[in-house]
Design a binder for this molecule. Structure first.
Ligand code: LLP
Length: 386
């Protein structure tokens, strides 16, 4: 069984569970995008919802990515990490007034607006501050994806974006809103997308939507295609770097930009997933009637993805090289769904062994909870252990 290299000796002295971030993997991931030498009119933003750990944000900011935020808290985290406001975009179906005000005060680059009602509120709040808010209309592209239904966002029945039938109303409203400037169109079809046909379909739809706007003599400078590029959860040791090249090429091949147009991307998972692991200690190995359970000190409170989405995360026993056996790997939380994996092949395991749950850098730490009065997980970076 191939395993990743971890400073396991140093883990022995750290209280588990905790998130471990290999910052060299993050740097390498960002460098893979850099060496692609994307066209000058391509701008990559990092979707903070995937991970807001300051150590990671500092590296991502230094790589000159912009920041895609979905709450006032994320805008604050981006500003604190040093992302320039001129590179912050703000999406979300339910922006509260204080969040809109915070974004206006920082003079962020763009609001991705999801309804006509929101347009009116942003206009009202911008007027009160005597400011002009730059906005992109988030269009629901009605493109189906092959990903999990909880993380698919671009179908007509999803709550996100403005439906095509409603677009005309939004366009009619815009000239009456004096403190709003339409600068772009925004799209996002879902997350953990590995089939590039989904993006090809998105490109076709964007082209149609652009024509719809052009016919009404509206020409926008910015097109934002959202995020969603998937990572390889099954084989993080063999495929640590996402398919950036094929992903960007899909847009180069299928999304013709108009003169002076700028294309924006909002990548979350593909930037940070593979650099993070949840490190946990085995509390007990328990023999059931027909199977054996490994009970970890980490549970769904630290990493909810398996319980919530039935998500697969590769699990490695870092302290055993013994023959393999089959186990159910579970957490200590009082919920039957607190299971990381069923019938999973692991090196023979005993109490005290240290486990790594892989590909946990995205939507791991940010989705942690304090259920059962547990403490939020701490984090350690590879740089700290050097
Ligand atoms: N842009 C928008 C408008 C989004 O809604 C999202 C993710 C992204 C960008 C970034 O998508 P990414 O590149 O990370 O796929 N908690 C779920 C994922 C939820 C994604 C929500 N939106 C999970 O653990 O799989």
């Amino acid at each position: 069984m191939i395993k990743a290299k971890y400073p396991t000796d140093k883990f022995q002295n750290i209280r588990t569970p905790f998130y471990y971030y290999d910052l060299d993997v993050l740097r390498k991931t960002l460098n893979e995008i850099k060496v692609l030498k994307l066209p000058e009119n391509y701008v990559v933003h990092y979707a903070l919802k995937a991970n807001v750990n300051p150590a990671l944000l500092a590296i991502i900011k230094d790589a000159e990515l912009g920041a895609d935020c979905v709450s006032g808290g994320e805008i604050q985290a981006a500003v604190n990490a040093g992302f320039p406001a001129s590179k912050i975009v703000f999406a979300g179906v339910g922006k509260a007034d204080w969040e809109i005000n915070l974004a206006l005060e920082h003079d962020i680059f763009c609001f991705n607006v999801e309804s006509t009602a929101e347009l009116e509120v942003i206009n009202e709040l911008a007027t009160a501050k005597n400011k002009k808010a730059r906005i992109a209309l988030r269009v629901n592209p009605d493109v189906a994806t092959s990903t999990h239904k909880y993380i698919s966002t671009g179908s007509a029945e999803d709550k996100f974006g403005i439906n095509r039938e409603e677009l005309g109303n939004a366009i009619d409203l815009l000239p009456t809103l004096k403190n709003i400037e339409l600068i772009g169109l925004h799209f996002h079809i879902g997350s953990q997308i590995t089939d590039m046909t989904d993006y090809h379909n998105l490109c076709v739809r964007i082209h149609e939507v652009q024509n719809f706007f052009s016919k009404r003599d509206i020409h926008v400078k910015h097109i934002n295609v959202g995020g969603g590029l998937g990572v390889n959860y099954g084989h993080p040791n063999h495929f640590p770097i996402p398919e950036f090249e094929t992903y960007f090429k899909t847009f180069r091949d299928h999304l013709p930009l108009r003169p002076e147009q700028i294309l924006h991307f909002e990548l979350g998972r593909s930037i940070v997933a593979q650099c993070g692991s949840l490190i946990s200690r085995v509390l007990y190995v328990k023999e059931g009637t027909s199977k054996n359970f490994v009970i970890l000190d980490a549970g769904m409170t630290e990493l909810i993805r398996p319980a919530l989405y039935d998500a697969y995360h590769r699990i490695e026993n870092l302290t055993s090289d013994k023959e393999t056996e089959i186990y159910d790997v579970v957490g200590p939380i009082c919920e039957s769904s607190d299971v990381f994996a069923k019938n999973f092949e692991l090196n023979k395991t005993k109490r005290g062994d240290i486990f790594a749950i892989r590909t946990a850098g995205a939507y791991g730490e940010t989705m942690a909870s304090q259920y059962n009065c547990r403490q939020l997980p701490k984090s350690v970076t590879s740089d700290e252990l050097k």
